[in-house]
Design a protein around this ligand. Structure first.
Ligand code: MRU
Length: 379
């Protein structure tokens, strides 16, 4: 079950409340999610008391973005265990809630394996639940650490590629603290540049159809005090043509073994534009987003979403589950069919560099990526 809880916001942190948190009130453990479908209008928490509620929150994008999906999935397994539900069933449901971001399945597996291991060692459900929660908390903490290291590696790369400073960076979708245990992936690099006084402007793609750029990245940028400008996705071409983009920074939902990058739909056209205009195109993602079991871009399952997300301007809150339309404002004739992939795939040859917490790969090759992700973790 999910319930809602409102809080106020009045300082300049990216958000007043964290994107995700675990709590243990007397009624029993809960997972609290900052409901991203309500931003920027209000900061409201969704309270999940079971895995199906979390699955619904994942599908409606109340909680979203690859690293955060992994963290949420791990906590979801811990929640099911702590509440005495069938953990295997909960894990399967959570892992399949959205198909493209590999972090979701990775996070679910990590907590489920910890639960299983506790049981194999003779533990009971309570000890299994504790083990799953410990695993979820570790993943949450590690993601925050990875975020800080990606920011440092990414900023070093930006400075190397653009020695003059005063970077004008274009980004797509949302990759800040709303998707992470820390300050995010691509956005964390822009934030590091901003703090060092080297970010001249963040260009924010609005990111149709669900407006993650306009609603979420602009919100994070504003609250971080960055100089930022919002543009419609189809204005990016003229921005490049005017010579106003020095680098593109994006995140990733899954990186195949050959370096193909699945990210929010609209990323691939930016990579094509960047190549044509000789602008670096940089992908920032934790090692957990690299999937050695997916050999190439064609093997990545791209989530197809409901047509109403395109034929309507999004409603200010999540659609009612099972409803045929989303309750938004129609912008196309009734019955119009829509093509609505949630992601696209950028081939490795268009990617200047992939930045992870373990360092950067450039040029992007299967060998270099495999070597980087195999490396023992630096702590
Ligand atoms: O559909 P969403 O909003 O979950 O898509 C998110 C993205 O595409 C992000 O760019 C991606 O998860 C990288 S975030 C580090």
């Amino acid at each position: 079950m999910a319930d809602q809880q409102a809080q106020s916001s009045d300082d300049n942190r990216p958000t007043e409340i964290p994107a995700i948190r675990w709590d243990e009130p007397p009624e029993g453990p809960v997972l609290l999610l900052l409901d991203q479908t309500r931003l920027p209008a209000e900061e409201v928490e969704l309270v999940c008391t079971d895995a199906p509620a979390l699955v619904e929150a994942i599908r409606t994008l109340a909680v979203r973005g690859a690293p955060l999906l992994g963290i949420a999935g791990a906590y979801g397994v811990a929640l099911a265990a702590a509440r005495g539900f069938d953990v295997e069933e909960a894990a399967a449901g959570l892992a399949g809630a959205r198909p493209t971001a590999v972090n979701l399945a990775v996070g679910v597996r990590r907590a489920r394996d910890a639960y299983r291991a506790a049981l194999v060692q003779g533990g009971d459900q309570k000890q299994g639940a504790e083990a799953a929660l410990t695993a979820a908390r570790a993943l949450h903490r590690e993601d925050a650490e990875a975020s800080a290291r990606m920011a440092a590696h990414g900023l070093a790369l930006l400075d190397e590629l653009l020695p003059g400073g005063g970077h004008r960076v274009l980004t797509h979708c949302n990759t800040g603290s709303l998707v992470s245990g820390g300050e995010g992936t691509a956005f964390a690099v822009a934030l590091a540049a901003h703090r060092e006084g080297r970010l001249r402007r963040l260009w924010v793609d609005e990111t149709r159809p669900l407006l993650q750029g306009a609603r979420l990245t602009a919100y994070e940028a504003a609250r971080s005090g960055m100089a930022y400008t919002l543009l419609t996705d189809n204005a990016a071409g003229s921005l490049f043509a005017a010579g106003d983009v020095d680098a593109v920074l994006v995140g990733a939902d899954r990186i195949a073994a050959d370096g193909s990058v699945a990210n929010k739909v609209g990323t691939y056209p930016l990579a094509v534009l960047a190549r044509y205009h000789h602008v670096p195109f940089i992908v920032v993602a934790p090692v957990t987003t690299v999937d050695p079991d997916t050999p190439d871009g064609a093997s990545i399952e791209v989530e197809q979403r409901a047509g109403y997300e395109v034929t309507e301007i999004a409603a200010p809150q999540a659609p009612v589950a099972g409803a045929e339309a989303g309750g938004g404002i129609p912008v196309a004739p009734l019955g119009t069919q829509a093509y609505n992939p949630a992601f696209d795939v950028t081939p490795p040859e268009l990617v200047t560099a992939i930045v992870t917490e373990e360092g950067a790969v450039s040029p992007v090759t299967a060998e270099a990526l495999g070597e980087l992700c195999d490396r023992p973790r630096q702590v």
